[in-house]
Design a binder for this molecule. Structure first.
Ligand SMILES: O=C(O)CCC(=O)C(=O)O
Ligand SMILES: [Fe+2]
Length: 195
């Protein structure tokens, strides 16, 4: 299924709900869960350090260190099973992704707060390719000025592409849920421009 553009002012965003076929997505979910060196990153919020409410791993080519929530993360090497995904994304988008932030949301308590992926090393108009595996969760975008909101379910095997001015005008979040949900892995492929 092709990427479908989502109607949202000041944004360039598109979704393919079934970018990966189901068995490939199943295998990726299980293997990533076992093989990625998941860490509880420390994040700084209002001057205090907390363990972030999810597990993460920063993966990338040498030279793609990433400053995020006040901490500098050195990249872990690419696991072999992510290379075909990165190559396919590069072929389909023309973007040379050199890094990926992997997040593991163990259950509905795990979440991600409001933010934009607008760190300077991502450049002026970052292209973010977000692949979701496992439990479908609600992803929410909110316009910085108008507060206009869009909520999208991100199903197993989906690809969400954010580009253009999306990060400038919108913040996004993955809210907590009280619904009983299984684990979810999200991969946000990025292009870091080394300083
Ligand atoms: O888990 C998601 O779908 C969102 C992840 C995200 O926003 C990020 O990694 O910056
Ligand atoms: Fe993000």
């Amino acid at each position: 299924m092709p990427l479908q553009p989502l109607p949202l002012v000041d944004a360039e965003i598109a979704l393919d709900p079934a970018w990966l076929e189901a068995t490939g997505a199943d295998r990726l979910l299980l293997e990533l869960r076992d093989r990625v060196p998941w860490e509880a990153h420390r994040i700084r919020l209002f001057g205090r350090e907390h363990a972030s409410p999810r597990l993460s791993c920063w993966i990338g080519d040498p030279g793609t260190a990433y400053r995020y929530s006040g901490t500098l993360f050195e990249p872990r090497p690419w696991p072999a099973l992510l290379r075909p995904l990165r190559d396919r994304l590069q072929n389909e988008t023309g973007v040379g992704f050199n890094s990926v932030l992997a997040n593991l949301y163990r259950d509905g308590h795990d979440c991600m707060g409001w933010h934009s992926d607008d760190e300077p090393e991502l450049g002026a108009s970052p292209v973010i390719a977000s692949v979701s595996l496992g439990a479908a969760r609600r992803f929410v975008l909110k316009h910085r000025q108008t507060q206009q909101k869009l909520a999208i379910a991100l199903p197993h095997g989906s690809l969400l592409l954010m580009a253009g001015a999306t990060q400038r005008h919108y913040r996004h979040a993955l809210p907590r849920t009280t619904r009983p949900v299984g684990p979810r892995i999200n991969l946000t492929f990025r292009q870091i421009h080394p300083a």
